[in-house]
Design a protein around this ligand. Structure first.
Ligand code: F6P
Length: 327
């Protein structure tokens, strides 16, 4: 369709991720550079349905690049899953004369945008903002690097107490159905092993690894467990290991939402700025219903339906390396 774009709306949706503010800043600043009017929508699709829009100018996004969370707030919208909710959202966009939308979020956000694009004629462009790094079409999502750094920082601390007490710690990290955070945390923290949904390490294999460690007089160990794996959550895995192998005193730590907060790392700020900038460029080039990503350090646009459906799995070589280095 490609009608001229003069007014755009931008929103953050789904789980917040460090760097969302940096992406928002880049969108507003580049759009302003191109003389577009920008509206921020509060609370994602919820605010779109309720007409919770506010004009954003260059100055409104100053002093936010370093802040975690999202100044636009976010939500997981049940109402947008319904045709009535999407109709109300479309009417809000018409009421504000919006020609195109920039959606900053993850899988659920782009699933919603994809359905909306089949029903209505307002183009969307996406920026991958999720700590999970589970979207096809980008090597990294905004927030992933910060989340991994936070998790590694936590594991470093747990390692001190594990070492002092000769304990075995199972540390559960986020990632929904994806093992990226766990695998990278494991490599970066020098953990003893990792259980991720992509491999679902059987409990016997884990016990074997621990036995090998005990044989070489390893007095403590930290195992990273990705939420969403099929072997079990950290509590269950700890119990199963303890039943069959009681060499160590066993403890569990769940890092949880700590991984979602905090000031974004340099890598996330730069990534978010690049993706935000190129989301606007993409819209002006007539791209629609695509996600802006970075593949091999180059900007790439991937259709929403591919970004959300195509599997993205951690590199097999990285998994093998993690196993070898941990031994
Ligand atoms: O998608 C990001 C994420 O943090 C996942 O890693 C996690 O499974 C989920 O969100 C938690 O969602 P909520 O904050 O709604 O409980």
């Amino acid at each position: 369709m490609n009608k001229e774009i003069k007014r755009i709306a931008v929103f953050t949706s789904g789980g917040d991720a460090p760097g969302m503010n940096a992406a928002l800043r880049a969108v507003v600043r580049n759009a302003s550079f191109h003389d577009l009017h920008v509206y921020g929508i509060y609370r994602g699709y919820e605010g779109m349905i309720d007409g919770d829009f506010e004009r954003l100018e260059r100055g409104d996004v100053g002093n936010i690049i370093h802040r975690g969370g999202t100044i636009l707030k976010t939500a997981r919208s049940e109402r947008f899953r319904t045709p009535e909710g999407r109709k109300a959202a479309y009417e809000s966009l018409l009421a504000f004369d919006i020609d195109a939308c920039v959606a900053i979020g993850g899988n659920g956000t782009f699933t919603g945008a994809n359905i909306f694009s089949e029903e209505y004629d307002i183009p969307f462009i996406g920026i991958p903002g999720t700590i999970d790094n589970d979207l096809f079409g980008t090597d990294f999502t905004v927030g992933f690097d910060t989340a991994v750094n936070t998790a590694i920082d936590a594991v470093d601390k747990i390692r001190d107490t594990a070492d002092s007490h000769n304990r075995l710690f199972f540390v559960e990290v986020m990632g929904r159905h994806s093992g990226y955070i766990a695998l990278n945390t494991s490599i970066g923290s020098g953990a003893g092993s990792v259980v991720i949904p992509e491999t679902n390490t059987p409990i016997e294999e884990l016990i074997d690894i621990l036995k090998k460690g005990a044989r070489r007089k390893k007095l403590f160990s930290v195992i990273i467990v990705a939420e969403g794996n099929q072997t079990g959550n950290a509590q269950e895995i700890a119990r199963m290991v303890k039943e069959q192998f009681d060499f160590y005193d066993t403890k569990v730590a769940i890092i949880g939402h700590l991984q979602r907060g905090g000031s974004p790392t340099a890598m996330d700020r730069v990534l978010a700025s690049r993706l935000g900038f190129h989301a606007v460029e993409g819209l002006l080039e007539g791209r629609e219903n695509v996600m802006t990503g970075l593949v091999n350090n180059k900007i790439k646009y991937t259709p929403f339906h591919e970004a959300i459906v195509k599997p993205k799995r951690p590199d097999k070589d990285l998994i093998r390396m993690a196993e070898i280095l941990a031994l």
